[in-house]
Design a protein around this ligand. Sequence first.
Ligand SMILES: Cc1cc2nc3c(=O)[nH]c(=O)nc-3n(C[C@H](O)[C@H](O)[C@H](O)COP(=O)(O)O)c2cc1C
Ligand SMILES: O=C(O)C(=O)c1ccccc1
Length: 377
Amino acid sequence: MSANDLLLKNIDSNDKYPLNYEELEQTAKENLDAGSFGYIRSSAGGEETYRKNTNSFQKYSIVPRFLTDVSTLNTEVTILGHTYPHPLFIAPVGVNKIAHADGEIAVAKAASKFGYPYIQSTVSSYSIEEIASATEGSSKWFQLYWSQNKEIAFSMVKRAETAGYEAIVLTVDTVMLGWREEDVRNQFSPLKRGLGQGNYSTDPVFMAALPDQTEGSIIKSMIENIYHPTLNWTDIEELRERTDLPILLKGILHPEDAKIAIEKGLDGIIVSNHGGRQLDGVIASIDALPEIVEVVKGKIPVLFDSGVRRGSDAVKALALGATAVCIGRPFVWGLANGGQDGVERVLENFLQETKVSISLSGARNLAEVRKLKIVRN
Ligand SMILES: Cc1cc2nc3c(=O)[nH]c(=O)nc-3n(C[C@H](O)[C@H](O)[C@H](O)COP(=O)(O)O)c2cc1C
Ligand SMILES: O=C(O)C(=O)c1ccccc1
């Protein structure tokens, strides 16, 4: 399908499916209870970083080239030995059942249909094995939350390996949950409600360590284990020894941490501030990207997320040096608005908008996107 076919198909269609981020969020608000909606939408503290994430994209402008014959476009990208059809990934998002009963299964299937590698969260509603069997043959990575009992973390990594996942993404910005006032207001804690257990209640090491096999014990132990303030570089070295899969660190914002990651033999990083959900007041993710790209010097892939709302945002991040871009909240609203179908609409439109944006900037492949002139106003 050419980029314009989808535009015309959307124009011809009579259904009024939400298109832009604001419409997606508004429709989801009508579909969800206040606690679930608030959990997904909100972020930490006064939401300064959350607002900065999207606003900061407007500081960067693409300076397009013309007359380059953009009749063909190759968006392929090779990351850690795997070639993906385009540089758009699904960011790890936990407890998807709060948006729709089909949860991560719906998202992973939609992702597979449109060639988005799927990064599965540790706190998924469905297990690694359930998602793997629902989406055989598609590219998947596993996002790891460290566990207080680190043998649980290693066990999950082993399961991801066995299920054919291609990489481990260790999130480093969430050793404890951020200060989220909307959730306090709504008295909403997914873990306390028994959500996000898919990978825990199926884990032999986790289950064997419980005092008894009740729901109450599972919830208590999950909450205890996911709080892991001791996490440090020595743990990373141990993780490095325990798996042959590539390991990426998610949540890197400081160039020095990117440098250490390379020194410690890590395979990649994801520049991210967790969508403003962790420490409020931190730098916008897009503002952190250029300096990190500069110190990494192409030695390892640098993925990016936080605040990406449309195709032109993705193009800006790629032009500023991101190897690939992860989509977060937009797909969650798609899920809330129509399960797998809703996610498909979001992913299809997002991909097409990205492709049109690349072509209209004058680039024909990602190497040319990287060379685009970006000015900061
Ligand atoms: C509801 C929700 C749950 C999330 N759960 C996780 C998670 O389990 N693990 C993780 O590494 N990041 C998690 N994230 C962060 C995303 O991976 C990503 O960094 C963030 O959504 C990017 O911001 P954006 O959605 O505003 O673009 C979550 C984000 C949301 C909105
Ligand atoms: O809400 C989040 O951002 C997140 O990462 C998380 C952490 C624990 C349970 C569910 C989601």
